[in-house]
Design a protein around this ligand. Structure first.
Ligand SMILES: Cc1cc2nc3c(=O)[nH]c(=O)nc-3n(C[C@H](O)[C@H](O)[C@H](O)COP(=O)(O)OP(=O)(O)OC[C@H]3O[C@@H](n4cnc5c(N)ncnc54)[C@H](O)[C@@H]3O)c2cc1C
Length: 397
């Protein structure tokens, strides 16, 4: 692993740093991670992604034919690092950029790539993920949403649940059962569905954070052109897993984690306990040091994975390891903040005594959800054990 930048990469780093200093939008002090029911925030998020894209900083590695730059992975890494450093807002269209986009590049038809990739980059079209159903979460292959092929179109009936962002998404990548008689992993297909199609109903679900980050999505005789099938008919499980791999990489990214650690350290230096900053307390210092080491370890793990990518080596179970460790780390960071704040910890947005706009208690609840979404910690441990450590497979019903 080589951690140094070449002279060209250093020059690019300076360019990105300068651009961010000139262009970064002002962040709301109490901005909540899931608060996307506010149309102004959606418009701001789209505007920011578009600006980053126009500057050439979004999905830089995507092929030029589809709006990317074919850049090497180091350039995107530099952009990501500079965004952490500047505490820049993230991208609103992450599910498009980090999940369905790479899946279409690998498995989509030429027509699907040309149609969908450019508006994903510019945030003109936002995507959501239609995998989970009532009764089908960890055991995803048991899903029952049915798609019947009639002539040149599928007719979809069923229900998805926990669908993040569905209330403002333009498209959904969706797993549907196309052969109910086949063994459960072999009768599934992967469809791209326009959320404006007649027969789709979205019902937001309010979470313990108080925000409606995810939704129920109902399909009633929804007609989907056959051309929106990704991969082969009944071959959706392979494609679904390709997207899941990208999702775990996204959730395992330390970009947000590093920003949160910075915020936690600021809090510990400025929040008083018994007349001294919390950071002067030896027990808190030890806990902060432990968290900072864990964050640094995951940053180095990301560099290790980057080296593997640059050398063309298979990532193996790396995405599951990052997802497992980073999502739990994010939750531990928020928990440390609440402990530092003591009785101020639960004070939420709107309370004049709340610290950092009351974001810490929301973050504590939000990060718990990320341990579950994208496959729970237990499921990641199963994958690591079975596929990484070659341990015996668990007994399944
Ligand atoms: C914040 C958030 C956002 C989400 N966004 C989306 C989205 O956009 N699209 C989407 O499709 N889904 C989404 N989900 C759903 C998510 O993928 C599921 O919640 C998750 O896969 C777990 O499924 P479940 O909730 O049905 O729990 P269950 O599968 O019922 O699991 C219940 C418990 O049993 C454990 N368990 C289950 N099976 C095993 C096993 N084999 N071995 C050991 N332990 C096991 C689990 O770890 C868990 O603790 C989201 C979830 C959250 C929390």
């Amino acid at each position: 692993m080589d951690l140094s930048y070449s002279p060209e990469e250093h020059a690019f780093q300076r360019e990105v740093r300068g651009w961010l200093a000139r262009n970064m939008p002002k962040r709301e002090p109490d901005e909540r991670p899931l608060d996307f029911h506010d149309p102004r925030r959606i418009a701001r998020g789209k505007g920011w992604q578009r600006k980053l894209y126009e500057a050439g900083y979004v999905a830089m590695g995507w092929p030029r034919d589809y709006g990317g730059q074919g850049a090497d992975v180091m350039r995107q890494t530099i952009v990501n690092e500079e965004m952490v450093r500047a505490r820049a807002p993230g991208l609103i269209g992450l599910m498009g950029i980090q999940m369905v986009g790479p899946t279409l590049i690998a498995h989509g038809t030429e027509q699907q790539r040309r149609r969908h990739l450019p508006p994903i980059l510019t945030a003109e079209e936002i995507w959501c993920q239609g995998y989970s159903e009532p009764g089908s979460g960890s055991d995803l292959a048991s899903l029952r949403t049915r798609a019947e092929l009639r002539g040149d179109e599928f007719v979809v009936n069923g229900q998805k649940v926990w669908t993040s962002n569905a209330q403002f998404a333009d498209w959904i990548f969706c797993l549907v059962r196309t052969d109910p008689d086949a063994p459960k992993h072999r009768g599934i297909s992967y469809l791209l569905i326009d959320m404006k199609s007649p027969g789709i109903t979205v019902r937001p679900l309010v979470q313990m954070t108080g925000d409606a980050g995810f939704n129920e999505v109902f399909f009633e005789d929804v007609r989907v052109p056959r051309a929106n099938l990704v991969g082969g008919l009944n071959d959706g499980w392979t494609i679904a897993n390709a997207t899941l791999f990208h999702e775990r990489n996204m959730l395992g990214s330390t970009t947000r984690t590093q920003q949160v650690l910075q915020g936690l350290l600021r809090l510990a230096r400025t929040h008083g306990r018994a007349g001294r900053p919390a950071s002067a307390d030896p027990a808190i210092r030890r806990r902060l040091a432990d968290l900072a080491i864990r964050v640094e370890t995951m940053k180095l793990e990301a560099y290790r994975q980057l080296t593997d990518t640059l050398r063309g080596r298979s990532p193996g179970i790396a995405a599951s390891v990052s997802k497992l460790v980073t999502t739990e780390l994010n939750h531990d960071l928020a928990e440390a903040a609440l402990d530092i704040l003591g009785s101020y910890g639960p004070l939420a947005r709107g309370n004049r005594r709340a610290r950092d706009g009351g974001t810490w208690p929301v973050d504590f609840m939000f990060t718990l959800g990320l341990i579950i979404g994208g496959g729970t910690s237990q499921i990641q441990k199963n994958i690591i054990a079975e596929r990484g450590l070659a341990m015996p497979r668990e007994l399944r019903a």
